[in-house]
Ligand binder design. Structure first.
Ligand code: DX5
Ligand code: ZN
Length: 218
C-alpha cells in the first residue's frame, strides 16, 4: 500500500551523530522523520528540545513529525513550529486545553496531532475531530524505545479508524512496531507507523534501507 507512511524515530539513532543519522534514514526511504521530545516530567526520560529540531532541519527534506511528550505544552508549540516541525503532536493527557493547543498548532500553519496513552480512551477525540490532521495511538507507555507492543491497543485503533470515517486524518501508531506486529496494526486501520528500534536496528546505516523494506513487506 503506497499510502502507508513509515516514520523512523530518531530516539533509537546514535545521538552523537544525529545529522548523519537523519540523512542516512531519509536516504534509506523513510517517509517522515519522527522526533520524540521528552521533558522528564510528563514522561520519565529527557531527550531534546527545539534547538536540536532546528539543527536537524537542513539534513532532510521529508516531513518532520514532532511528538511532544511535555507538560505544559502550550508555551513551547511556537518554538517547535519555528524550528521546522511540519506536524506537531501533543498528548491529550498533558493539559486541560487540548482544543486550544490544536488551534494554536494550526494557526502557525502546521499539521496538528493528538496522542493517546495506552490507558486513555478513544472518545477523547470526539469533539476535536475537525481540528485534527493526525491521531497517534501509543502502543507502549511513552518514554523509551524498544518496549513491547501492547495488544489491547488494536481495538482502540479499530475504533478510531471508524470515528475518522472519510476525514483526511492520518492514524499513527507508535511503540513496538516491528516485522512481527506491523501487519496487525495496519489491518486494524493504521496508515502511519513509527519505528524506532526496528528502523535503526543494528546501528549500521548500510542496513537502514533493508530494515525499512522489511517493515513494508511485512
Ligand atoms: C516512545 C516514543 C517512540 C519510540 C518508539 O515514547 O514515542 O517514538 O521511539 O520506539 P520503538 O519503535 O523502539 O518502540
Ligand atoms: Zn514517538
Amino acid at each position: 500500500n503506497n499510502d502507508i507512511v513509515i516514520a523512523p524515530s530518531i530516539l533509537s539513532a546514535d545521538f552523537s551523530k544525529l545529522g548523519q543519522e537523519v540523512r542516512d534514514v531519509a536516504a534509506a526511504g523513510a517517509d517522515w522523520i519522527h522526533l520524540d521530545v521528552m521533558d522528564g516530567h510528563f514522561v520519565p526520560n529527557i531527550t531534546f528540545g527545539p534547538g536540536v529540531v532546528k539543527a536537524l532541519r537542513p539534513h532532510a527534506a521529508i516531513p518532520f513529525d514532532v511528538h511532544l511528550m511535555i507538560e505544559p505544552v502550550d508555551p513551547y508549540i511556537g518554538a517547535f513550529a519555528e524550528a521546522g516541525a511540519d506536524i506537531i503532536t501533543v498528548h491529550s493527557e498533558a493539559g486541560p486545553h487540548l482544543h486550544r493547543s490544536l488551534q494554536t498548532i494550526r494557526s502557525l500553519g502546521k499539521k496538528a496531532g493528538v496522542s493517546l496513552n495506552p490507558a486513555t480512551p478513544e472518545n477523547i477525540v470526539d469533539y476535536v475531530l475537525d481540528e485534527l490532521d493526525l491521531i497517534l495511538v501509543m502502543s507502549v507507555n511513552p518514554g523509551f524505545g524498544g518496549q513491547s507492543f501492547i495488544p489491547s491497543q488494536l481495538a482502540k485503533i479499530r475504533s478510531i479508524r471508524e470515528k475518522i470515517g472519510r476525514r483526511p486524518i492520518r492514524l499513527q501508531v507508535d511503540g513496538g512496531v516491528s516485522v512481527d506486529t506491523i501487519a496487525r496494526v495496519v489491518e486494524a486501520g493504521a496508515d502511519t507507523l513509527v519505528a524506532g528500534s526496528a528502523a535503526f536496528r543494528s546501528g549500521d546505516s548500510a542496513r537502514y534501507a533493508a530494515n525499512l523494506s522489511e517493515l513494508r513487506r511485512a
